[in-house]
Design a protein around this ligand. Structure first.
Ligand SMILES: *Cc1c(COP(=O)(O)O)cnc(C)c1O
Length: 396
C-alpha cells in the first residue's frame, strides 16, 4: 500500500495489527496533551460517547490502556468469582486461551470444543446449559482470528440469556468489520480493540459492560482494584470531574477518535459491506487458484480474515516468504495450533477493499509458483473480479 525502505512489504494484508487509515496516522501526529488538560478531558469524553454510538449500546464504554489481551484478562479477573462455574466455548486459539484465564479465577470450567475449522453449535450450548443449570458465566470468541471462522454469537447469546448466565464475548477482530454489537448479542462484557477492523495501531482495549456485570464485578472481592488489570477503576473515567486512575495512552486516544469518527462518517453498513465483499472476492480467487479454504463450511468464513489451508507437503513459511519477496505482500501465518496449517489474508480497515483481494490472490499465486505448485493466476483474478463486478455497489 505504501513504499518504504526495501525491507518492508508494500502491502500489509495481515489479520491484525493492520496498516492504519491516513486519518489515524495524522491524528497520531497531534500534540500529546497533559492528561488533566481540559481539552484532552473533553476529547476523552467525546471518544467515549462516539464509541457508545459505534457500539450501539446504552452502556458507558470503557477504554483500557493496553491492547485487548489486557481487556480479556481483566474481564476474566473481574467478572469470574471463585464460586462461578464457567462454560468456555472453544473453536480456536483465542477461545482456548480464555480457558486458561478462567481456570485461574474459579474452580470449575467446562468446555465445548469443536475442531478449529468449525463453529460452535448453539444446540450443544443449549443442551449443556440445560444439563448444568449451575453454569454462571459463558465465554465465546466471536471471530477466532487464527482460524478465520465466525461463531453464531446472536443465537448463542439468546440461549445464554434465557438461561440467565453472564455472557463474555471476544469481538476483537469482528467489531467494526461486520454487524456485531454488545446489546444485540446480549453480551455482559464485550471486548474489542482498535487495531483490527478500525484501522488503528495496537495499544487500547474497548469494552462494553452491562449494568449487571458492573454489579457482579463490584460484588466480587477478588476483582482487581487499584491495578493495571482493573476494570472497576475505569468506571465513569470519561466524566470530566473525575481524575483518571492513571495516565491514559494519550496518542492512542487521539488515533481512536479519528478512527471512530471515520467509521461513523463512512457509515457502518458500508464499512461492513466493504469487508464482506473483499472477503467474498478473495475466497472466490483462492478457490480458483486450486487452494482450499480452511473453514469446513464457507458460511462460517470470516468477512475480516480469509484463512486458506496450506496444501499437504507445502511449507507455509516458504509460501509467506515468497509472497513477500516476489510481490511485496505480507500475509499472516496461522497461530498456535493453526500454525503451518493455514495462511491468512486480512480484510480489516483500510485493507477491506476489493482491490486487495486481487492483490492477495496474485501474491498467493506467485507464492505457489515459487514452491513449484502450478496455479492459474489469471483464472483466479477473473473469479475475484466476477464477484466484484456482480456487487451492486462497489465501495470506493
Ligand atoms: C487480535 C486478537 C486479540 C488480541 O490478541 P493479540 O495476539 O495480542 O493480537 C484477541 N482476540 C482476538 C479474537 C484477536 O483477533
Amino acid at each position: 500500500m505504501r513504499y518504504q525502505d526495501h525491507e518492508t512489504p508494500v502491502f500489509w494484508l495481515t489479520s491484525g495489527p493492520v496498516d492504519i487509515y491516513p486519518e489515524v496516522r495524522e491524528a497520531l501526529g497531534r500534540p500529546v496533551l497533559y492528561e488533566h488538560d481540559p481539552v484532552f478531558r473533553a476529547r476523552y469524553a467525546r471518544v467515549t460517547e462516539r464509541l457508545r454510538v459505534a457500539l450501539r449500546t446504552t452502556n458507558d464504554p470503557v477504554i483500557l490502556q493496553g491492547e485487548p489481551v489486557l481487556g480479556l484478562e481483566a474481564a476474566a479477573a473481574s467478572l469470574i468469582a471463585r464460586e462461578d462455574v464457567v462454560l468456555n466455548l472453544v473453536s480456536g486459539v483465542f477461545g482456548d486461551g480464555f480457558g486458561w484465564w478462567a481456570r485461574r479465577y474459579c474452580d470449575e470450567v467446562l468446555e465445548i470444543r469443536v475442531p478449529y475449522n468449525a463453529a460452535i453449535d448453539p444446540a450443544a450450548v443449549a443442551q449443556l446449559l440445560q444439563a448444568r443449570p449451575d453454569i454462571t458465566v459463558v465465554a465465546l470468541c466471536h471471530h477466532d482470528t487464527p482460524s478465520g471462522t465466525i461463531n453464531p454469537v446472536a443465537e448463542i447469546g439468546r440461549i445464554v440469556a434465557s438461561h440467565g448466565a453472564f455472557l463474555l464475548v471476544d469481538a476483537v477482530s469482528s467489531f467494526g468489520g461486520m454487524d456485531v454489537h454488545p446489546d444485540d448479542c446480549g453480551a455482559d462484557i464485550f471486548v474489542t480493540a482498535p487495531q483490527k477492523c478500525l484501522g488503528c495501531p495496537p495499544g487500547l482495549t474497548i469494552m462494553s459492560v452491562s449494568e449487571r456485570a458492573w454489579a457482579k464485578m463490584k460484588a466480587n472481592p477478588r476483582a482487581p482494584r487499584a491495578s493495571f488489570l482493573s476494570i472497576l477503576d475505569w468506571e465513569g473515567a470519561s466524566r470530566v470531574d473525575r481524575p483518571f486512575p492513571f495516565t491514559p495512552s494519550v496518542a492512542e486516544i487521539n488515533a481512536l477518535e479519528a478512527a471512530v469518527e471515520r467509521y461513523l462518517s463512512e457509515g457502518p453498513a458500508r464499512v461492513w459491506a466493504r469487508h464482506a465483499l473483499t472477503a467474498r472476492a478473495c475466497r472466490a480467487g483462492v478457490k480458483a487458484l486450486g487452494l482450499k479454504l480452511w473453514a469446513d463450511d464457507e458460511s462460517i468464513a470470516s468477512p475480516t480474515t480469509t484463512a486458506v489451508a496450506v496444501p499437504a507437503g507445502i511449507d507455509a513459511a516458504a509460501l509467506l516468504q515468497a509472497a513477500q519477496s516476489r510481490c511485496g505482500v505480507m500475509l499472516s501465518a496461522g497461530s498456535g495450533a493453526t500454525e503451518g496449517k493455514l495462511l491468512r489474508v486480512g480484510h480489516m480497515g483500510p485493507t477491506a477493499h476489493p482491490v486487495f483481494a486481487v492483490v492477495a490472490i496474485t501474491a498467493l499465486g506467485a507464492a505457489l509458483h515459487a514452491v513449484g505448485v502450478p496455479a492459474d493466476v489469471g483464472a483466479a483474478v477473473n473469479a475475484a473480479m466476477q464477484v466484484i463486478d456482480a456487487a451492486a455497489d462497489l465501495p470506493q
